[in-house]
Ligand binder design. Structure first.
Ligand code: PFF
Ligand code: NA
Length: 452
């Protein structure tokens, strides 16, 4: 049977950008930049983008394009003894899919609450107490009961990924991303357009951009920049490789990789402006210092921003807009994770797409019930910490070591260059073999030490 293909180049790029642009761009990047030297963070960040992000993206696109299969089969094609790494990557993707979806479910609920600001004045108490069922704010020692009100949004979030992966590359994934991605950009631009005119907003944005050059010499800042680049681009765990396996024969790999990376990083900048504009306004309205209101992750999206939304003009419009943006960013990433698992299984086991998608998504729904229990948040934090700080970076490192040192890397460069408008030079090989690997070893070692 002929392998499915993307309908158009734009469709592929939007899907790849949809994978890259996710919750991390909205709730991780702005805070990372702020913490690590504000404007000065952009130097290590750009450096990481050029020396690790773009080379790695080109590598994954090339492998997918050349071998036309998911991670396990591609790695097996490279060397019989590499197949396990492909399965390891599929497994990480599956685990991410099981809990990432839960955060999307929360965002769906919050998009609904946002019409009336149902979280009230005490957004902290509402989120942990009423919403997650942690009555006195304390985490239970066991999983506790299922939070039934989360079941419907959870099913909706899984349904989106099921629809896309079941329908396939062109009729499902591409179609969904072609709608969601442009909408996401427009929504964020609308939010920014309103937020920057609020009192205090420019202060917040200044805080984000104001460089603190003393931080540039801090190893932690560099490690944060590289860590964020791998995470934000969804490279190193089968995702971009799977998407690229559906590229038509004639595809400009280098150009596609640059476009994807630049659009993702551009979106991160927009998100930073949006978030810090809102935080600046909030600090101003509450007569606080910005340092007292900044936060990241779950706390930023579900505690701090609801309070900021209460203070905004037309909160019933701005609120749903913000949470829907979060939902769209999340869903397009979740689809890509589900597809990485689906492709991997399908190619190796010879199952049909429909059968694979049905089995994976229904199993996934059941497993993710674990995360909508009372103890779910604790479990989610734990799994997320381990995945982001250790498994993901480990997988990136292994892929680069095996492919960079034990395969003929120069052949891949040739493959990418053959069809591309502009060619990549020897810097690419150096970045993969030395820069990226060296940095990953340092960060990973640091994280493993830090975990104990
Ligand atoms: N690249 C996504 C982001 O920056 O939010 C995150 C992500 C997507 C992580 C897909 C993991 C994943 F499997
Ligand atoms: Na991203």
């Amino acid at each position: 049977m002929k392998r499915e293909q993307w309908g158009s180049r734009t469709g592929f790029i939007l899907a790849a950008v949809g994978s890259a642009v996710g919750l991390g761009n909205i709730w991780r990047f702005p805070y990372m930049a702020y913490e690590n030297g504000g404007g000065a963070f952009f130097i290590p960040y750009l450096f990481a983008m050029l020396t690790a992000g773009i080379p790695f993206m080109i590598l994954e696109f090339t492998l997918g394009h050349k071998y036309r299969s998911g991670a396990p089969k591609t790695l097996k094609a490279l060397n019989n003894r590499f197949e396990w790494l492909g399965w390891f990557q599929v497994m990480i993707s599956a685990i991410i899919a099981f809990y990432y979806v839960v955060v999307i479910a929360w965002a769906i609920s919050y998009a609904y609450f946002a019409f009336t600001q149902a979280w009230g004045e005490d957004s902290n108490g509402f989120f942990f107490g009423e919403f997650l069922g942690l009555a006195d704010g304390s985490a239970p020692s066991n999983l506790g009961g299922l939070q039934w009100h989360l079941l419907l949004p959870l099913c909706l979030a899984w349904a989106a990924s099921f629809f896309a992966t079941y329908r396939g590359v062109k009729g499902g994934i591409e179609k969904v991303n072609k709608v969601l991605m442009p909408l996401l950009f427009v929504m964020v631009l609308l939010l920014i357009g309103r937020i920057v005119f609020l009192p205090g907003a420019l202060n917040g944005i200044n805080w984000l951009l104001e460089p603190d050059f003393s931080k540039i010499w801090d190893l932690k800042v560099w490690s944060a920049a590289y860590g964020q680049i791998f995470f934000t681009l969804s490279v190193g765990f089968a995702i971009m490789l799977s998407y690229a396996s559906y590229l038509p024969e004639k595809s400009d790999i280098n150009n596609n990789a640059f476009m994807t990376v630049l659009m993702n990083c551009g979106f991160s900048m927009l998100a930073g402006i949006m978030i810090f504009g809102a935080l600046g306004y909030m600090a101003n309205a509450q007569d606080k210092e910005l340092t007292e209101v900044v936060s990241s992750g779950v706390g930023l999206a579900f505690v701090t921003l609801p309070t900021a939304i209460n203070l905004l003009p037309a909160p019933g419009v701005m609120g749903p807009l913000f949470f829907l943006a979060l939902v769209f960013a999340g869903i397009s990433s979740h689809i890509s994770i589900s597809e990485a698992v689906t492709t991997g299984l399908m190619d190796k086991l010879g199952w049909s797409r429909q059968k694979t998608a049905t089995i994976f998504c229904s199993t996934g729904l059941v497993v993710s019930l674990l995360f909508i229990t009372q103890g779910g948040l604790l479990l989610l934090d734990l799994v997320d910490y381990f995945i982001n700080n250790i498994a993901l970076l480990g997988s990136c490192l292994l892929e680069l070591l095996l492919v960079g040192w034990l395969c003929r890397l120069e052949d891949f460069r040739g493959h990418a260059n053959r069809l591309s408008e502009f060619t990549i030079g020897a810097w690419w090989t150096i970045c993969i073999r030395f820069v990226s690997i060296g940095i990953l070893v340092v960060i990973l070692f640091n994280n493993i030490l830090g975990a104990f």
